[in-house]
Design a protein around this ligand. Structure first.
Ligand code: PMV
Length: 348
């Protein structure tokens, strides 16, 4: 526990959104190195606000000490402590101070939105602010964003993508020269249609996940379909990059749904197998596909490691899609959150 003393040497307050993967990261090659590249869009409303206070290390205390004001969960404290130790190479000063961290999510826990992407994104961005104060050389905009993304990745892989505005790509691929396994990059070439893309998150079940994503990633190591997954994800990255540039929304829907369903097929065929989809998730998925066929409105779904379903569509169809959600889909979810493509991490 850090005493609230007057000798605070640094304070910063930041915000970092969550993101939704269009091509999923599932499986690792080694420590926080992804098995395949992934592409996500950064959200806007679902975010973590983090304030970081840095104090001189109390002399009596040889261990690093920090207080998490809004989260007294000891497991979470241990996670942060391990994280701090793991980023010592990037932030050589990290174990030399005491910290007070206040962290708050704008979305309810029940949303089933992985808060690790936004919370590690926010923490990494806050720590990086102090780092550029000490070492102004990394302050070049592109280098700084890559640096923050790398720091975030070491906390949670998907967090590496939350730093950037709009669309980002994490993981080395032959289809993008600037891509990297160590940090995500911003996808700059995309059609204006995606500038205001909407994500309505339908909460089918607010229960805790039956399996952590850490365990899920591990199960890809000896998975029967490991090589198939690597091939499919890379092909889809290639196709999606082109679709994002050209704005072909029919193809966008096809690729995004295929990858979400493949993620769950991988879960169901791993050893041990696990099922996160629920009957209502599948009902919604089918209704969305029928609605798209019938109306020609390019609305599609994606699903992360849980039963909740993200409904993705261009803003111009908001009224029609919202009506469909409030009418046809109503029996299958108990609440929803409206979000849209956003601007990434920032200082507040
Ligand atoms: O960042 P992690 O380790 O929580 O893994 C995220 C995994 C998925 O959300 C299912 C997919 C993704 O790319 O975000």
């Amino acid at each position: 526990m850090v005493d609230k003393k007057d000798d605070k040497i640094w304070n910063t307050k930041v915000s970092c959104p969550s993101n939704i993967a269009l091509i999923k990261y599932w499986g690792k090659k080694e420590t926080q190195i992804p098995l395949t590249p992934s592409i996500s869009f950064t959200l806007s409303e679902c975010k973590t606000i983090t304030s970081l206070d840095i104090y001189p290390k109390s002399e009596a205390n040889t261990q690093i000490s920090f207080t998490l004001e809004e989260n007294e969960n000891p497991l979470f404290s241990e996670k942060i402590l391990n994280y701090f130790k793991s980023i010592k190479n990037l932030l050589p000063w990290i174990l030399d101070y005491d910290y007070i961290i206040h962290s708050k999510n704008t979305f309810p826990h029940s949303a089933g939105i992985a808060s690790s992407a936004s919370s590690f994104g926010a923490l990494a961005f806050a720590l990086a602010q102090y780092h550029i104060n000490l070492y102004p050389k990394v302050s070049n905009q592109i280098h700084f964003a890559s640096f923050v993304s790398e720091l975030a990745r070491l906390g949670s892989g998907s967090a590496s993508r939350s730093i950037f505005p709009s669309l980002s790509l994490w993981g080395k691929t032959i289809y993008h020269t600037q891509s990297s396994d160590s940090h995500a990059i911003c996808i700059n070439e995309y059609h204006e249609l995606f500038e205001t893309y909407q994500d309505t998150i339908l909460i089918v079940d607010s229960g805790i996940k039956k399996i952590s994503s850490t365990k899920g990633h591990q199960l890809m190591e000896n998975h029967t379909y490991r090589d198939v997954r690597i091939k499919n994800a890379n092909n889809r990255i290639n196709e999606l990059l082109e679709v994002l540039e050209k704005g072909n929304l029919d193809k966008f829907c096809e690729i995004v749904e295929a990858d979400a369903l493949e993620l769950h097929a991988l879960m169901m065929t791993s050893h041990p197998s696990f099922i996160l989809l629920q009957p209502n998730t599948l009902k919604i998925a089918q209704e969305i596909q029928d609605f798209r066929k019938k109306t020609k409105i390019p609305v599609c779904f994606t699903i992360d490691a849980g039963p909740n379903i993200h409904v993705l569509y261009p803003k111009e169809f908001s009224d029609k899609v919202k009506f469909f959600i409030n009418d046809t889909l109503k029996p299958y979810y108990f609440e929803y959150i409206c979000d849209q493509i956003g601007h990434g991490a920032n200082l507040i």
